[in-house]
Write a protein that binds this ligand. Structure first.
Ligand code: GLN
Length: 536
């Protein structure tokens, strides 16, 4: 059995410095050296999970194979390492307290006063160690959300302090900070880094490695200054300069020897070989595309860069597989109307309608589907995007003028999208959707099958509504067919229009499964169709 070592990644000075990317990059490098690695995220907020948070608050909600609704950083971890995450890879303060309070109600604390230290911190440590318990992993890399010094992250930092004390060199802490550039002084400033490390030290944690996010190269003397003030070795001050893409960060970290430093700090023998050939091939295609296409991304959160994170990344993966640069034109569905469609979609090679909830912006999404269908533009609808395609077809081809999803209009005479039977009596909103992977059986004579080359696929879900099977024959008669179904419950998971060059809607979320190592076949096929369309 492997002895698992624990690496923590904390952040200082400012949020959004890219702890997730640094954590994922370190995982990639250790994996490339032959180690088994998993990433974990601890989020200090009180929600039990991000499933009930809207994208303005939290960006995308990422769904794991086992149906956990999680932080979008888990998407980065999977895209970089190609290793699926699970329920145990993301914990929030809310979930930690919920576990402790449940135990207290059961009487498991035997009459003692339940306190932040040791009960909450013990539960945090238990959740961190869950991933190391069965000896699968050499390294568990745990990223702590938020910024050191926040009130709500104190128990997490305290848990790290205890683990470091208990485990010695089987544990290491990486602190990611910002080294800002003051243009008026034309200087990089290390003071904020010194302060944030002091903050961490005051909480009893001495970082082993400091990663400095910066827009300009750090000089050796600046690195030495940071080392001196922060109690770390010179070689443990790592520069993380802004990169052209997130996928360049592992290579930057390799050059800066972040992986070697982590291995050294944890007393791990450093393997000579590192296998990054396919990663470098990916980068080569990413940075030297032979072709270019424009894809319209239609949704109501397009102004938020993180709202459709996995879709945007999956489009990049699909592009690289076709040696094609994918320009994404973000189109806010609320601002689409019949008069401006030609202008909005001019020069667009393919249209993707995004997932979502609620009726805001729905009519614009339906217009986008209609435009794609009538102009033979490659179309890809995901979850609500697929449901919009069904509604559009019902209204404009079948002539059911008020057709809708029961989610948007419970009184419609044609609920072509209806609530799933097991969702009808659900009261609690958190964690109760149809979540996680389900199998789907494909029709052999379909676009989906020619993308997957497999009859039985499995994809991740997050929804309460589905295609209403009462309408299936009517749809088929007029040219929209179900080409993928869940074999157990006969739920329609994929619809296509065979007469159209490329029209596919999926009830599941293929974007969650697209990784650098395995670009998702539907995204690869979609970009291929966009490319063919662009040549016309
Ligand atoms: N709101 C729709 C449903 O619940 C679609 C969900 C989604 O797009 N993820 O079925």
């Amino acid at each position: 059995m492997k002895k698992t070592k624990y690496i923590f990644v904390t952040g200082g000075v400012a949020s959004s410095l890219g702890k997730g990317i640094i954590s994922a990059s370190l995982a990639k490098l250790l994996q490339a050296r032959g180690f088994a690695v998993t990433n974990q995220k601890l989020d200090p907020y009180i929600n039990v999970d991000p499933g009930t948070l809207n994208p303005y608050e939290h960006g995308e909600c990422f769904v794991t194979e086992d149906g956990a609704e999680t932080d979008l950083d888990l998407g980065h971890y999977e895209r970089f390492t190609n290793v699926p995450t699970s329920q145990s890879n993301n914990f929030t303060t809310g979930r930690i307290y919920q576990n402790v309070i449940n135990k207290e109600r059961k009487g498991e604390y035997l009459g003692s006063t339940v306190q932040v230290v040791p009960h909450i911190t013990d539960e945090i440590k238990r959740c961190i160690r869950l991933l190391g318990n069965d000896g699968t992993y050499d390294f568990v890399i745990t990223e702590v959300g938020g910024t050191v010094g926040d009130i709500e992250s104190l128990p997490f930092v305290e848990a790290i302090r205890q683990m470091k004390w208990e485990m010695g060199r089987d544990c290491a802490v990486i602190h990611l900070t910002l080294v800002p550039y003051l243009s008026a002084a034309a200087e990089l400033k290390t003071k904020p880094t010194q302060h944030s490390v002091k903050n961490l030290q005051q909480q009893g944690v001495q970082p082993d490695i400091i990663v400095c996010r910066t827009e300009h190269h750090l000089t050796q003397s600046m690195k030495s200054k940071i080392a001196l003030f922060c109690n770390v070795e010179n070689s443990s001050v790592i520069e993380s300069i802004d990169a052209p893409s997130i996928y360049d960060v592992p290579i930057n970290m390799l050059e800066e020897k972040l992986d070697v430093e982590v291995l050294r700090k944890t007393n791990t023998a450093i393997p000579e070989k590192i296998h990054l050939e396919s990663w470098k091939r990916f980068l080569k295609h990413l940075h030297n595309p032979s072709h270019e296409v424009t894809v319209a991304l239609v949704g109501k959160y397009v102004e938020l860069k993180d709202a459709y994170k996995s879709i945007r990344e999956a489009l990049i993966h699909g592009g690289v597989a076709n040696e094609t640069k994918v320009n994404v034109r973000s189109l806010h569905s609320e601002y689409l109307n019949p008069e401006n469609l030609d202008e909005k979609f001019s020069g667009v090679d393919a249209i993707l309608v995004a997932p979502g909830f609620g009726s805001r912006g729905l009519e614009g999404k339906i217009l986008a589907v209609q435009y794609a269908r009538e102009h033979a533009i490659p179309f890809f609808g995901i979850c609500l995007g697929m449901q919009c395609a069904v509604i559009e077809f019902a209204r404009n081809v079948l002539g059911f003028k008020d057709a809708n999803s029961a989610e948007m209009n419970p009184k419609t005479t044609h609920p072509v999208i209806d609530i799933m039977s097991d969702q009808k009596n659900i009261g609690n909103m958190g964690g109760t959707m149809r979540l996680g992977v389900y199998p789907c059986l494909l029709e052999e004579n379909s676009k989906a099958f020619s993308a997957y080359h497999e009859k039985m696929i499995s994809e991740r879900h997050r929804h309460r509504y589905e295609f209403n099977n009462a309408y299936i024959d009517e749809f088929a008669k007029y040219g929209m067919v179900a080409t993928g179904r869940n074999p157990e419950r006969d739920l329609v998971e994929i619809v296509e229009i065979p007469q159209h060059p490329c029209f596919i809607g999926v009830q599941f979320h293929p974007e969650y499964k697209s990784t650098v190592a395995k670009p998702h076949p539907l995204f690869v096929g979609f970009i291929k169709a966009a490319l063919e369309n662009s040549r016309k």
